[in-house]
Design a protein around this ligand. Structure first.
Ligand SMILES: Cc1cc2nc3c(=O)[nH]c(=O)nc-3n(C[C@H](O)[C@H](O)[C@H](O)COP(=O)(O)O)c2cc1C
Length: 208
């Protein structure tokens, strides 16, 4: 697999450092069903509020169900269609809006479905697969075409396959593919004790 490793300030697991959202998928190398199943199994074991497991996933396999895959593909924005056309698997992640135990609103449904999706992404990385989450799709068409019930909200689409050569992409996307992964610095996102309070210097901790 191609590498696009994160430059981290503290050491992190290679699965996290090396995961990235590729746009270059190998159009031919097949994803075996057993391998795909491991991704959803990883998602199934994610934590969730009240263990409600609000996530649902629908997948389409371009090799076995080209018509269904095509219908799902057509729900993507044109920008995503530019590169997702080579992904063998498309997935829709869907979150239930209400808890099953008392029907109250589950305000963590999207959060927990996101956590299950991250588990899926990391399992994909561990299996040597590439996966790319997309928010650019038409949720209403997706709901209508695939019978998603009222109480569930489409969260994201995920393109999955083996990473392929960036030469398969148009020049603009190939250039983006070659770019470094970037993030906000830790001091922009991490506070200690109160909002906007910087992390105190840990180089010389007080003696106990
Ligand atoms: C909820 C969500 C929606 C996203 N939507 C899109 C999208 O529509 N198209 C796209 O190319 N990437 C999309 N991405 C991928 C992000 O652009 C990507 O994760 C981010 O740039 C960081 O890059 P990395 O995943 O390679 O570290 C989305 C990611 C998430 C989590």
């Amino acid at each position: 697999m191609r590498e696009k490793k994160a430059r981290t300030l503290a050491p992190i697991h290679t699965l996290l450092a090396e995961r990235f959202s590729t746009r270059a998928f190998d159009p031919e190398r097949p994803v075996l069903f057993g391998t795909l199943l491991s991704l959803f199994e990883a998602a199934r074991w994610a934590p969730s509020s009240f263990n409600d497991q609000p996530w649902r996933f629908i997948f389409w396999n371009r090799f076995y169900d080209p018509d269904g895959w095509q219908k799902a593909f057509e729900c993507l924005t044109s920008g995503n269609q530019r590169w997702a056309r080579n992904a063998q698997i498309l997935v829709s992640s869907v979150a239930r809006n209400h808890f099953s135990h008392d029907r109250s609103t589950n305000r963590w449904g999207g959060h927990d479905t996101g956590m299950a999706t991250m588990a899926l992404l990391i399992e994909a990385q561990a299996q040597g697969l590439a996966a790319h989450v997309m928010g650019g799709f038409d949720p209403d068409t997706l709901r209508r075409e695939f019978g998603i019930p009222e109480d569930f909200g489409p969260m994201a689409m995920i393109a999955i396959g083996y990473a392929g050569s960036p030469d398969l992409l148009d020049p603009e996307l190939a250039a983006r593919e070659a770019g470094e992964r970037t993030r906000e610095s830790l001091d922009r996102i991490l506070f200690e004790g109160s909002w906007a309070q910087p992390v105190r210097d840990r180089k010389s901790p007080p003696s106990v």
